[in-house]
Design a protein around this ligand. Structure first.
Ligand SMILES: Cc1cc2nc3c(=O)[nH]c(=O)nc-3n(C[C@H](O)[C@H](O)[C@H](O)COP(=O)(O)O)c2cc1C
Length: 205
């Protein structure tokens, strides 16, 4: 396993109400190339799927999970100059340690966008999040229903990302149209991780 990069602690208090974030939430498709800070990246990841408690031998997270089995992973496709202090690359979020691990080096935003039906607007966002599901973590208990649960849970994380982005003055987009095998190849992911949602994040243009 690659060396971990510690993330700054997330903040548990904001200045935007849930109602304000819900009202403002829209799918954004136009972003400034302005970089994000590591603190902003950390906050988005925590909001998405961060740890909020520890009970029943599990790390409980910001999103619900059937049987607390947490079949999802969050990856960040960080562009060149996308997140201050981070080299461009694919980073895997490790919620339990609130840390990142580098999976692959290089600015792969354009390649990810190309494999998402050429939705090249995505490539301008400083950061593109990819939510993947590893079905066996849920199916081991729930059988084929574990696949359904994994998809439902990705939706929860997607909304968390939208709302957390709004709460810190950022915008997010959401993309479901992409070639799963090609996204796995470009990002250097394990074939057991099925990409479910792609969410560019940044400042609105
Ligand atoms: C599962 C899913 C897949 C989507 N895929 C795409 C996509 O590939 N490209 C895109 O531009 N928008 C995509 N969208 C965004 C929708 O077009 C958008 O949510 C819808 O138009 C409503 O607008 P709003 O999100 O701004 O309220 C997707 C949304 C969802 C929930």
């Amino acid at each position: 396993m690659a060396a971990e990069i510690a993330l700054p602690s997330p903040s548990y208090k904001g200045t935007v109400s849930v109602e304000e974030a819900l009202k403002a939430r829209r799918t954004h498709r136009s972003f400034q190339s302005r970089p994000l800070t590591l603190k902003q990246f950390s906050q988005i990841l925590w909001g998405a799927y961060g740890v909020t408690d520890q009970k029943y031998g599990s790390f409980l997270k910001t999103a619900p999970s059937a049987g607390a089995l947490y079949p999802l992973d969050i990856y960040g496709v960080v562009g060149k100059g996308g997140v201050e202090t981070l080299a461009p690359g694919i980073y895997h979020f490790r919620p339990e340690n609130h840390a990142l691990e580098l999976v692959k080096q290089g600015d792969l935003r354009a390649e990810v966008a190309r494999q998402a039906l050429q939705q090249m607007w995505m490539a301008k966002a400083p950061l593109i999040l990819v939510i993947t599901g590893e079905y066996k973590r849920s199916s081991i208990k729930y059988g084929p229903r574990g696949v359904t649960y994994t998809h439902i849970e990705a939706g929860h994380v997607g909304q968390n990302i939208f709302l957390q982005a709004e709460a810190i003055g950022l915008k997010a987009g959401i993309v479901g149209a992409f070639n799963n095998q090609q996204i796995i190849r470009v990002m250097g992911l394990s074939t057991s991780h099925d990409p479910l949602l792609i969410m560019p994040v940044g400042y609105s243009e």
